[in-house]
Design a protein around this ligand. Structure first.
Ligand code: C2E
Ligand code: MG
Ligand code: MG
Ligand code: MG
Length: 280
């Protein structure tokens, strides 16, 4: 009897294993097709300063799946990472973003001093030819290196702090801006803010969304903002969903704001149209 159970157990294990492998393989095939057929889309979410003026945008990837519709990154970035396909997809995105900036400049939409913020995956950050690839993609697309900000998470930076410092330094030397994304969610240490050659800290939305509701969240945001100021960094409050959260983030002294209350991520055409009709 025990032997029978064991066999069934094994058979079940075996079957679900091969199903998982098959699923990942299907996903990878689909992702290859998506890249070849240009099914990926980029949405742009405005970043505003204390006066409410736009200072830039964050580029956020989506997948226009032929059957499933528009998919958010959480549904496919993990597979891109596991398969290594994040590297060619990220290179596609860099080129596309650079073209978009050039197009916006030609259209008279892009303003001096604006920047486009791009999320960098861990695998991409550790590629040997990352600096060269980045430089080439941006310049070939018609944008300038100073139009770009790269967002890296503190988890990536802290994984290999010495490597991260020197890589970030090389990126800085290109004139590219650097933001530390989702700050406060990883092995956060305020000390990293001093050690890393960064320009901007983005306080994670989990803290921002508790502003007004939880007092300790306010103290955390205040602490980050005052340390950041001491190191001459700009602070972005991300994930602002209410008027009250925006008001408190202002009070605390954050420099820039991003969130659904201000504007949702949008398709480029819609964004450009909206701003040109409403004015900036
Ligand atoms: P992230 O870099 O922290 O991006 C901000 C996320 O917060 C975006 O989610 C954005 O839509 C969302 N968001 C903005 N304002 C609000 C708000 O007021 N409330 C709420 N609830 N959410 C808000 P999205 O687009 O789903 O992206 C999720 C994550 O996927 C990003 O987090 C980033 O880590 C990753 N990601 C997105 N695009 C790319 C990409 O091109 N490359 C890589 N490597 N990662 C990307
Ligand atoms: Mg980001
Ligand atoms: Mg973020
Ligand atoms: Mg985040």
């Amino acid at each position: 009897h025990a032997k029978e159970n064991g066999r069934n157990g094994y058979a079940f294990y075996h079957r679900s294993m091969s199903m998982a492998v098959e699923k990942q393989q299907n996903m990878e095939n689909e992702l290859h097709r998506a890249l070849a057929q240009e099914e990926f889309r980029i949405h742009y979410q405005p970043l505003v300063n204390v006066t409410g003026a736009v200072v830039g945008f964050e580029a956020l990837i989506r997948w226009q799946h032929p059957e499933k519709g528009l998919l958010p990154p959480v549904e496919f970035i993990p597979s891109l990472e596991v398969s290594g396909m994040i590297v060619p997809v990220s290179n596609w995105l860099l080129a596309k973003c650079s073209h978009q900036i050039a197009e916006w400049k030609t259209a008279g939409f892009w303003q001096d001093g604006w920047y486009l913020s791009i999320n960098i995956s861990p695998l991409q950050f550790y590629q040997a030819d990352m600096i060269h690839t980045l430089q080439q993609a941006i310049l070939d697309g018609g944008a300038e290196l100073t139009d770009i900000c790269l967002e890296i998470t503190e988890t990536v930076a802290v994984e290999n702090i010495e490597f991260a410092k020197s890589r970030l330094q090389s990126i800085r030397e290109l004139g590219v801006i650097i933001a530390l994304d989702d700050f406060g969610t990883g092995y956060s240490s305020l000390g990293y803010l001093k050690d890393l050659p960064i320009n901007i800290v983005k306080i994670d939305r989990s803290f921002i969304q508790e502003l007004g509701a939880q007092n300790n969240s306010r103290s955390i945001v205040e602490a980050v903002a005052s340390i950041a100021q001491a190191y001459d960094l700009k602070v972005i409050a991300e994930g602002i969903e209410t008027k009250e959260q925006l008001a408190i983030a202002h009070e605390i002294g954050c420099h820039m704001f991003q969130g659904f209350y201000i504007e949702r991520p949008q398709e480029p055409k819609q964004l450009q149209g909206d701003y040109l009709s409403k004015g900036l």
